[in-house]
Every structure is written in structure tokens, then in C-alpha cells.
Design a protein around this ligand. Structure first.
Ligand code: ADP
Length: 320
């Protein structure tokens, strides 16, 4: 193998830059040429591809987002569109492709690897932590820290005004961000899609907190359950309980990657290139029990991601 390429796709995540840097530097260390594809699969079919040198990935380990840009291209599900992509890679003599992204990006990578001889490896980059085959995805830890920072600030105003706050966090259909942020932020209630709780229990907890003199309550709500205004409406109409809503939104996707995300991204990016050099293809890298692993794309899709319910049960005992 002499030439490989790397792209970032789907929702961006802090730490993607560190992963690109690791791919580029590992490739060069091992005597490969490495190309950056700008703008995900869209950039690939448009031929927006440039060779990257060691210096091109200098000064990016500490930056959020992705300097290769990301894009969504729904047409990539069409085999005719993928043919153009394969042609572009073949024209440049690229023999290996690293795709950094989430579930959707992996589906594109799997389709490509089934249709071409070019080898393909996926690297999990998403704040949602919703990919099977890895305990953690790149960006999750940073997003978690951003959320906790926000919860701490909201707690100050919530306690000054004796208010209940609902904080809606990202995660798509996964409750990982809400669960860990809820625990680390000391919230009264955590609402996750994997284990739907009756709203009456949330109300009971608010009342119990009030009864022991607590000035405020914080409810962390995963976006996969419902929106914060929807929950506030139910609380008001059914239980006559007022709550203020904060939707954290895209601030969760930005910012300097945490040390944990930088290290994870560096390890996974390095490992992805090691796998290509070993002739592997059609697999996603991940970390399990602090060991690097790889999983066939098919198996990643077969399993359904689930939040750790033991952690959820523990959280219940902390917000009595
Ligand atoms: P993420 O990778 O963060 O889950 P998306 O679901 O938006 O983000 O997927 C990113 C891109 O991957 C899509 O815009 C599309 O180009 C490609 N993709 C998604 N699903 C498929 C699929 N089933 N087949 C081929 N390509 C896909």
C-alpha cells in the first residue's frame, strides 16, 4: 500500500482534527502518501482532494470542528453516485480510505468497501456515543464537559431564583450524554429514551427536593425523549409545575477537544492506519475496556447501541 486518503463526514465532533492528524502522521511515518478529502463524500465525488504533509496537520490537535470540513450527501446511498467516488479514488491511485464519522458515514464506507478493491476503515467520530463496537466515540467526552459547564452555570441561577430547570441535551436516540451529564451535574432527574420514566416520578422528585429545603431542581432531558418545551407543557398542564427550559443545541458540538478526546482520537487514528497496513478492510475501530478493537461494519449495524443501564440505576439512588 502506497497511498491512502482520509475524510470526515456527518455531524462534526471535537477531536476529529486530532484523528485526522493521527492518520496523516501515522501514514507518513510508515512511508505512505496521504490525501485529505475536503467536504466528506460530497468532496470526494467533486474531486476536492489534496495531498497532506506533516505540517498540514500542525496546530490542529487543540481545535474543535474538522479542518477537512464535513458534509451531508443523501445521494451517496445511490450506487451510481458511489461509482463516481470510486473513480476519483482510483484516478489518484488511492488504495486505502479512512472515514471518520458516525453511523451514516459508516454505511457509506461499507457500501464503498463492498463495491471496490480500495480498503476502508471507519473511525467513530460523534458526540452522541451511539455507535456499537466502541465504549466511547470521539467528541463525547468534550460534549459532556460542555454540558456540565452549562449545568453548573444554570444551577447558580436556578438556586438563586428557586426554580426548576429542564436542560435538553443532544444524543439523537441515545441517552449517553444525558445520563453522564445528569450524574456529573448532580441533577434531580435524568430522562433518557432507553428507559422511559413516568413524568409523575420526575414531579415527585422535584417535590421531595423542595420538602428537604432544596432551592432548585435540575432535570436533564435527552433530545430523543421529547423536547424541553414539550416536557414543560406536560409538567404545567398535568401537574401545575413550572419549569424553565434551556436547549443547549450546537454549543455541544463545538469547542476545544478534551484531553481524553485528543488521546482517544490519536489512538484510533493511528490504529486505523495500522489496520490498513495489515490489509484489513470493511471494519470500524473502537475502544473497549481501554483496548483498541475493530469490528466488521455489518456487526456494528447489527447490534443496537444501548446506554449502560447499571449506570442509570445507580443514578436513581443518587437523586432520592
Ligand atoms: P453520521 O455519520 O454523523 O451518522 P449522517 O447520518 O448524516 O451522519 O451520514 C453522513 C453521510 O453518510 C450522509 O450524508 C451520506 O452521504 C452518507 N450515508 C448515510 N447513510 C448512507 C447509506 N445508507 N448509504 C450510503 N451512504 C450513506
Amino acid at each position: 500500500m502506497k497511498k491512502i486518503a482520509v475524510l470526515t463526514s456527518g455531524g462534526d465532533a471535537p477531536g476529529m482534527n486530532a484523528a485526522i492528524r493521527a492518520v496523516v502522521r501515522t501514514a507518513i511515518y510508515n512511508g505512505l502518501e496521504v490525501y485529505g478529502i475536503y467536504g466528506g463524500y460530497r468532496g470526494l465525488i467533486e474531486g476536492n482532494i489534496k495531498e497532506l504533509k506533516v505540517g498540514d496537520v500542525g496546530n490542529i490537535i487543540n481545535r474543535g470542528g474538522t479542518f477537512l470540513f464535513s458534509a451531508r450527501l443523501p445521494e451517496f446511498a445511490n450506487p451510481e453516485v458511489r461509482k463516481v467516488a470510486i473513480q476519483k479514488l482510483e484516478e489518484l491511485g488511492i488504495e486505502g480510505l479512512v472515514v471518520i464519522g458516525g453511523d451514516g458515514s459508516y454505511r457509506g464506507a461499507m457500501a464503498l468497501s463492498n463495491e471496490m478493491s480500495i480498503k476502508t476503515i471507519g473511525v467513530p467520530g460523534t458526540i452522541d456515543n451511539d455507535i456499537c463496537g466502541t465504549d466511547f466515540t470521539i467528541g463525547f467526552d468534550t460534549a459532556l464537559n460542555t454540558i456540565i459547564d452549562a449545568i453548573d452555570k444554570i444551577r447558580d441561577t436556578a438556586s438563586s431564583h428557586e426554580r426548576t430547570f429542564i436542560i435538553e441535551v443532544m444524543g439523537r436516540n441515545a441517552g449517553d450524554l444525558a445520563l453522564l451529564a445528569g450524574i456529573a451535574g448532580g441533577s434531580e432527574s435524568i430522562l433518557i429514551p432507553e428507559k422511559l420514566e413516568d413524568i409523575s416520578e420526575v414531579i415527585d422528585r422535584v417535590h421531595r427536593a423542595e420538602a428537604r429545603g432544596k432551592k432548585h431542581s435540575i432535570i436533564v432531558l435527552a433530545e430523543g425523549v421529547m423536547s424541553a418545551p414539550e416536557l414543560a407543557k406536560i409538567m404545567k398542564e398535568k401537574y401545575n409545575e413550572d419549569a424553565h427550559c434551556t436547549i443547549l443545541g450546537h454549543i455541544q458540538r463545538g469547542g476545544r477537544p478534551s484531553a481524553m478526546d485528543r488521546v482517544l482520537a490519536s489512538r484510533l487514528g493511528n490504529y486505523a492506519v495500522q489496520l490498513l497496513l495489515a490489509g484489513e478492510s470493511g471494519r470500524a475501530v473502537g475502544i473497549q475496556n481501554n483496548r483498541l478493537v475493530s469490528t466488521k461494519f455489518e456487526d456494528v449495524f447489527e447490534d443496537e447501541h444501548t446506554v449502560d443501564l447499571e449506570v442509570y440505576e445507580a443514578s436513581k439512588q443518587l437523586s432520592i
